[in-house]
Design a protein around this ligand. Structure first.
Ligand code: NAD
Length: 436
C-alpha cells in the first residue's frame, strides 16, 4: 500500500479550518457510544471497551548505514481479546501516536467482530518516515522492533499485518526475526506475508473484492440491477482498482475513477482494465487521461457525480459536512477507512443515502488474513479459488447479519454493523465474566 502521502488514516485530507477533526481514538469512542445507545449492554462492559487492554511502548535503536545510531519509538495497542488473539496492522509513519494506535485497534475489534472472526483488535507502529530508510535499515528496524515486542505478539497472542509504510517484505522480516528467537518457523505470527513463506493467495486483492461483493449485495437489495448501475470510485489503488475491475466484470458501469492527482469520467463507462492500478503504476489514472480524450474532473467533483454508487476508496474524511449535501449517489460504499465524518454521516442519513460502512465493506483484508492464519497453523495451503469461495461466503453472511439489524431496528447500515459487532463482543464478555 503506497499510502505514505497520508498523514493518518483518520486525519487525512483534514482541513485545519474544519470544525470536525477528531482523533482516531475520539472517533472510535464516539462510535462505541452510539452503538451502545442502540443496544442493551452492561455499563461495565461498555466502560471496559472504551479502554485498551494494553499499550506497549518500546524504544527501537537503529544503526544507520553510516554507522550512527538513532532511536525510534514503537507502539502496539491491544484493545480487546475476548473473542481471540489480537489482530491488526503495523504502520511506519512519522505521525504514528499512541492514541492513534488505540483508536485504530478499537476499530479492528469491531471489524473482526462484525465478520465473526475469532480475533480481537490491535494496531501498532513505529514513529518513522519509511522513505528516509534504506532497505537494510528498514530490515534492521523491523527485526529489532520484533525483538522488543516478542513477548506480546505471537500466533495465539497478537498477529500483525501490513499497513501504511509496511509491506509483505516487512512481514517476512518480522516472521523471520520472531521464528529465529523462538527456534522454530512460526508463519502464523504475521499475515500479509509473501506466499512463498506462508502468505495466502488473494490477500492483496481481498479488500477490493469485499467492497465489490458488498456493493453487489446492496445493489441487489435495493433493486439496482448491476447491468444498469453506475459507479464512481475515488482512489485506484489496492482497494479501488480491484473493486472497479470486479464490478465491471460483474456488469456494472464504472463511470469515474481517480488517483491523488484527479479523476477521469466517461458517462458511457470507462475501460477500467486499461488503467493501471496504483501498485502496477503509481498515479496512472492521470496518464491515462492524457493519452485518451476522456473527460477529467477533480477528486471533489467525483464525489458529487450523479451516480448510483459512490465508493470512496482512497483516504479518510473525504465526505464532510461541507460536501455531504452535494453527494448525488444513492448508495455510498466505504472502501477506505473512515471516509465519512460524523457530521457527514448525519447529513447523508437525513438525505436517505445509504452508507455501507468500512468495517463491513473493506473487511475482506482481515478476513483473508484470517484464512492465511488458518493455513499457517494447519500447515495447509488453499488455492485462490478456495480463498475466493470462502471470502464470498463470509462477506455475504456478514452483510446479511447487518441487513437483519437494519431491517429489525430500522437503523443505518453503520449502526447495524456496530450492533452486530458490539453484541457479539458484549456477549463474550458477559459469558467469560470479569477475572478475578
Ligand atoms: P493504495 O496506496 O494502494 O492506493 C491509494 C489510491 O488513492 C491511489 O490511487 C492514490 O493515488 C489515491 N489517493 C491518495 N491520496 C488521495 C487523495 N488525497 N485524494 C484522492 N485520491 C488519493 O491504498 P489502498 O491500499 O487501496 O488503501 C485505500 C484505503 O483503503 C485506505 O483508507 C486504507 O486504509 C483502506 N484499506 C486498505 C486495505 C488494504 O489492505 N489495502 C484494507 C482495508 C482498508
Amino acid at each position: 500500500m503506497a499510502s505514505d502521502q497520508r498523514p493518518s488514516t483518520v486525519g487525512d485530507q483534514r482541513d485545519p479550518s474544519n470544525a470536525e477533526p477528531e482523533t482516531a481514538l475520539e472517533t472510535a469512542r464516539r462510535q462505541l457510544s452510539r452503538a451502545g445507545s442502540n443496544l442493551e449492554i452492561d455499563d461495565a462492559i461498555h466502560e471496559r471497551l472504551r479502554h485498551p487492554t494494553a499499550v506497549h511502548e518500546v524504544t527501537v535503536p537503529l544503526e544507520r548505514d553510516d554507522g550512527s545510531v538513532e532511536v525510534f519509538t514503537g507502539y502496539r495497542a491491544q484493545h480487546d481479546s475476548v473473542r481471540g488473539p489480537y489482530k491488526g496492522g503495523l504502520r511506519y509513519h512519522p505521525a504514528v501516536t499512541r492514541d492513534e494506535c488505540v483508536g485504530l485497534a478499537m476499530w479492528m475489534t469491531w471489524k473482526c467482530a462484525v465478520m465473526d472472526l475469532p480475533f480481537g483488535g490491535a494496531k501498532g507502529g513505529i514513529v518513522v518516515d519509511p522513505k528516509s530508510l534504506s532497505d537494510d535499515e528498514k530490515e534492521r528496524l523491523t527485526r529489532r522492533f520484533t525483538q522488543e515486542m516478542r513477548r506480546v505478539i505471537g500466533p495465539t497472542r497478537d498477529i500483525p499485518a501490513p499497513d501504511m509504510g509496511t509491506d509483505p517484505q516487512t512481514m517476512a522480516w518480522l516472521m523471520d526475526a520472531y521464528s529465529m528467537q523462538e527456534d522454530e518457523t512460526i508463519p502464523g505470527v504475521v499475515t500479509g506475508k509473501p506466499p512463498a513463506i506462508g502468505g495466502s493467495e488473494g490477500r492483496e486483492r481481498a479488500p477490493g473484492r469485499s467492497v465489490a461483493i458488498v456493493t453487489r449485495e446492496t445493489c441487489a437489495y435495493y433493486e439496482y440491477p448491476l447491468s444498469e448501475t453506475t459507479v464512481a470510485i475515488q482512489g485506484f489503488g489496492s482497494v479501488g482498482a480491484n473493486a472497479a475491475r470486479l464490478l465491471e466484470e460483474w456488469g456494472a458501469t464504472v463511470v469515474a475513477v481517480s488517483d491523488v492527482n484527479g479523476a477521469v469520467y466517461d458517462p458511457e463507462g470507462l475501460d477500467v482494465g486499461a488503467i493501471p492500478s496504483h501498485d502496477e503504476e503509481p498515479e496512472a489514472v492521470t496518464r491515462y487521461a492524457e493519452e485518451t480524450d476522456v473527460a477529467r474532473l477533480s477528486n471533489a467533483d467525483l464525489l458529487e457525480l450523479d451516480v448510483d454508487v459512490l465508493v470512496p476508496a482512497a483516504v479518510g474524511n473525504v465526505l464532510t459536512e461541507d460536501n455531504a449535501d452535494a453527494v448525488d449517489a444513492d448508495i455510498v460504499v466505504e472502501g477506505a477507512n473512515g471516509p465519512t465524518t460524523f457530521a457527514a454521516d448525519a447529513i447523508l442519513e437525513e438525505r436517505g443515502i445509504e452508507v455501507i460502512p468500512d468495517i463491513l465493506a473493506n473487511a475482506g483484508g482481515v478476513t483473508v488474513s484470517y484464512f492465511e492464519w488458518l493455513q499457517d497453523i494447519n500447515r495447509r495451503r488453499w488455492s485462490l479459488e478456495q480463498v475466493h469461495e470462502e471470502l464470498e461466503s463470509e462477506m455475504v453472511t456478514a452483510w446479511n447479519a447487518v441487513r437483519e439489524e437494519v431491517e429489525q431496528r430500522d437503523v443505518t447500515w453503520r449502526d447495524g454493523a456496530y450492533v452486530v459487532a458490539l453484541s457479539r463482543i458484549a456477549e463474550a464478555h458477559e459469558i467469560r465474566g470479569l477475572w478475578p
